[in-house]
Design a protein around this ligand. Sequence first.
Ligand code: CMC
Length: 428
Amino acid sequence: MSKTAQLILDGKTYELPVTIGTEDEHAIDIRNLRDLTGHITLDVGYKNTGATTSAITFLDGETGILRYRGYPIEQLAEKSSFLEVAHLLIYGELPTKATLDDFSSKITRHTLIHEDMKQFYMAFPRKAHPMGIMAAMISSLSTFYPESLETNRDPEAVNLTIYRLMAKISTIAAWSYKKSVGHPIVYPLNKLNYVENFLNMMFAMPTEEYKIDPVVVQALETLLILHADHEQNCSASTVRMVGSSQANLFSSIAAGVIALWGPLHGGANQEVIEMLEMIQKDGGNIQKWVDKAKDKNDPFRLMGFGHRVYKNFDPRARIIKKACDDVLLKLGVNDEILDLAKALEEVALKDEYFIERKLYPNVDFYSGIIYKAIGIPKEMFTVMFAIGRLPGWIAQWKEMIANKEPIGRPRQIYTGPGERNYSNIANR
Ligand code: CMC
């Protein structure tokens, strides 16, 4: 028998259906609540609101589980490649060798960006943040491929947009870095694989060859996989919301990039390193900064700590912490910031404030230390997150279109002034 919930309102009882997910997650379905009762629900920040049903990612924050399409993140991070995971997220299944070769060659074919787009790079100020450039460039792709504006429901056309996005995002990202340091751009080299190509565009110089280090490639593959999807977070919800107005895929993804940029979301990875550097510069007094984070009159927060959903540990952070040790060891890098991060984690995890609120290191706490070790500057950290998250955003957008979800349009409870009459400016 299907489960229902009872709501008693103004003396009347309403039966509300309960939806149960694959992993026994329960949701009271209030789709008809307003029609039935004249009431809406209020849940600022959507802390208790399921915006959709989804078959992409399963996350259990209480026990620290994360799975893409059923596969545990630990297995994917250890055994698969980023493009394999991208295929899994976007199309629902791990690819066969032939499918992966095909997917990969289709992406490779589109790595160039239109020569006219180079002009845009010239126009940005030297100090422009690469996330701002990335969002603008992705949005402008829709102007170069206007057919994408009307083809949301044509799978062939959508696939072409997917290949273009997956291919061009790393060119766009690497060129924004080159712009920021005033170096000549490097064109994609299609004999290289996805990650190698990105690294080459980032670090090759006309004056010297860039030697691709397999340790660096592997580290980046792992980081991209760990960031590839995270169900209905702020940026994925933004992509779905923007897409629900039937905006094209390029524009929906550009909106996701902007949502990710914020310091409470993907922007936290840059903030973590800046915070650790600041603590180090300040003399390394960890307790002082932990106390500041606990002080409600102080705006300082421990960046890279806490999560809306994870209340035990973030499985991505565990993998990254271990990878951090491995990568730094293999590269022979000795970074005092890593020791500081570990010491800070230790102090915070023993502190009653953090224990009570179930605040643990999240994915962003250690990722920046790896990026730093492989030569990626801190302004690019959130860009790296965006490259990793792209397949997730695409999968979320595709699912929203396939489910024929209605336009996203929350309601509100109005608390402003009641009706009043306009008075002439001279009488105010
Ligand atoms: N430092 C100090 N206190 C914190 C922190 C922190 N990093 N995070 C949460 N708290 C406190 C918060 O002040 C509140 O305390 P109280 O109950 O006394 O008012 C309590 O913990 C609950 O926090 P919240 O802000 O209500 O929780 P939320 O679910 O709205 O926010 C969060 C989640 C991730 C935005 C928040 O933990 C935070 O700001 N963390 C730092 C930024 C960060 O690392 N973001 C990256 C998230 S993971 C990457 C991604 O997927 O986006």
